[in-house]
Design a protein around this ligand. Sequence first.
Ligand SMILES: Cc1cc2nc3c(=O)[nH]c(=O)nc-3n(C[C@H](O)[C@H](O)[C@H](O)COP(=O)(O)O)c2cc1C
Length: 133
Amino acid sequence: MALRVDGLERGIYHYQAHNHRLARLPAAATSRIAAAYCAHQSYFGKAAALFIMTAVFARTMWKYGRARAYRLVLLEAGHLCQTFCLTATRLGLAPFSTAALKDSLIENDLGLDGISESVLYVAGVGLVPDHSK
Ligand SMILES: Cc1cc2nc3c(=O)[nH]c(=O)nc-3n(C[C@H](O)[C@H](O)[C@H](O)COP(=O)(O)O)c2cc1C
């Protein structure tokens, strides 16, 4: 969800890993919606962008049994989020993550059934506060 991102219109985008592109989704993006997605924690509405991680379980389950596939998906989300936080910090931005989410609200807006693909984790980024002022 892009809220205040240079060069990107406010909106929700799907990251297409296969061609490294963003595809605009019809869902709306506002600070109020961002906070609502994060269980109404109002400060998350001030983020510049949220990164909503979802899992398509079949992509892991073809190889591993159900419980192990689920474990792998959760481990992968953790790795991805840690990399996100490190990269954002290196860029001088302020990252955060939260698992306090309104799952059904997000899945409904993104057109996910919540079973074959469901939301797992949200990371976000904002600007570091300027304490010199
Ligand atoms: C799995 C996970 C869930 C989190 N959930 C929340 C949350 O719901 N609300 C919140 O304010 N911070 C949450 N945090 C903590 C923040 O995202 C952030 O890590 C914390 O504010 C410390 O950030 P800082 O070290 O950059 O100050 C969560 C962290 C993790 C790792």
